[in-house]
Write a protein that binds this ligand. Structure first.
Ligand SMILES: NC(=O)c1ccc[n+]([C@@H]2O[C@H](COP(=O)([O-])OP(=O)(O)OC[C@H]3O[C@@H](n4cnc5c(N)ncnc54)[C@H](OP(=O)(O)O)[C@@H]3O)[C@@H](O)[C@H]2O)c1
Length: 340
């Protein structure tokens, strides 16, 4: 006998959400509104959201910084990284059913994460197993995905085959991307030097970093490994440090993956490519994909990766969370819970 279908969830017509209607305004530009619950189309899921995590790209989009890359219509409900429960499936959905708990990255062109319900494509949704909380899951898509792809791009392997780079530097190791990068680098068997503020040194050591440098000291600003190691790879997660500072710290074919690449970093990278330089700067932009999301959720389930939670605010207090992210001093992930 076929298993009984779970009962269809009660979906209201309208929902609470937070949106902006201009490319300015910061936290003051966020408006609490009531809007219709979106309908899932083909190969889409309607999620009742439990948690969403804020990434710097969310408020950078609000500032209009990424408009050529990510044009979108206003008003816009920001935030892409979410965890929730499937309450309706669109046509052609086979992998999910009503009641499944998932982690998803919403399409940045349509956004939707700061709301009680959101529509996710099945392409960027993965099942969230028991043991992975909504908060832990919502932290993953952009931040952990970027950490993983940055490490892979410098040669780190996660299949047990052994990684090429031995020594890596992770800058801003206490931030959303950095704290995942430290843990993933250790999983790949690398020696990790990390930079962070003094207040987070113990935390970053606890995540596995072998050496920790306080960026507020001259030694930390210099980023030189205390044990004298040269870096085979750098996962660079902060701004204001250019190629000349990294170059003398690299091994012969050392590579700096810059996730915050400025225009001058892009030019430096192009120069390295055309001159076949062995030491290189490489800008990286996350390429979201389901396989990576599944891998990361699996690591959390197995207790090999954790989300450090800076704060979890209810939706009604989202302005504080937004301001905190803009301030640039989050420790781990800033999460918004949809329960209040
Ligand atoms: N290319 C991509 O696809 C991609 C993907 C994700 C993120 N990003 C970008 O990457 C950057 C980092 O993202 P994130 O989510 O990790 O940001 P985040 O969570 O806001 O980072 C905050 C952390 O950075 C630390 N920090 C600030 N300046 C530092 C410095 N000079 N040295 C060491 N640590 C420093 C802060 O420590 P204190 O509090 O002690 O100051 C804080 O813990 C952002 O610019 C973001 O837009 C790019």
């Amino acid at each position: 006998m076929a298993a009984a279908e779970p009962p269809a969830a009660e979906v209201p017509g309208r929902m609470r959400a937070v949106q902006y209607d201009a490319y300015s305004g910061g936290a003051a530009g966020l408006k609490h509104v009531e809007v219709p619950v979106p309908k899932p189309k083909k190969k889409e899921l309607l999620l009742k959201l439990e948690a969403a995590s804020i990434n710097p790209v969310d408020w950078k989009m609000q500032k209009g910084m990424l408009r050529p890359l990510l044009p979108r219509r206003l008003p816009y409900i920001p935030v892409t990284d979410v965890a929730g429960v499937v309450v309706e499936v669109g046509s052609g959905v086979k992998r999910f059913k009503v009641g499944d708990e998932v982690v998803a990255m919403l399409n940045p062109f349509s956004g939707g994460g700061l709301a009680e319900y959101a529509v996710a494509s099945v392409k960027l949704a993965v099942r969230r197993p028991p043991g992975v909380s909504a908060t832990d899951g919502a932290g993953l898509p952009i931040a952990a995905g970027t950490a993983l792809q940055s490490l892979r791009s410098i040669g780190a392997r996660f299949d047990g085959a052994g990684s090429k780079p031995l020594n890596v530097l992770v800058t801003a190791a206490s931030g959303g991307v950095g704290h995942y990068a430290v843990q993933l680098a250790k999983l790949a068997g690398l020696h990790v030097t990390a930079t962070c503020g003094a207040r987070n040194a113990e935390l970053v050591r606890g995540l596995g970093a072998d050496e920790v440098l306080d960026y507020g000291t001259p030694e930390g600003a210099g980023m030189r490994s205390p044990s004298g190691r040269l870096y085979d790879g750098v996962v660079h997660c902060t701004v204001g440090v250019g190629w000349p500072a990294f170059e003398p710290l690299l091994s012969a074919a050392g590579k700096v993956v810059d996730i915050t690449a400025s225009f001058s970093a892009v030019l430096t990278s192009a120069r390295h490519r055309v001159t076949f330089a062995r030491k290189r700067l490489v800008p990286l932009l996350l390429w979201p994909n389901r396989a990576d999301m599944e891998f990361l959720v699996g690591l959390v389930k197995d207790g090999k990766l954790k989300t450090v939670v800076d704060s979890r605010s209810p939706l009604r207090d989202v302005s504080e969370a937004w301001l905190k992210s803009i301030g640039g001093h989050a420790t781990g992930k800033i999460v918004v819970g949809m329960e209040g």
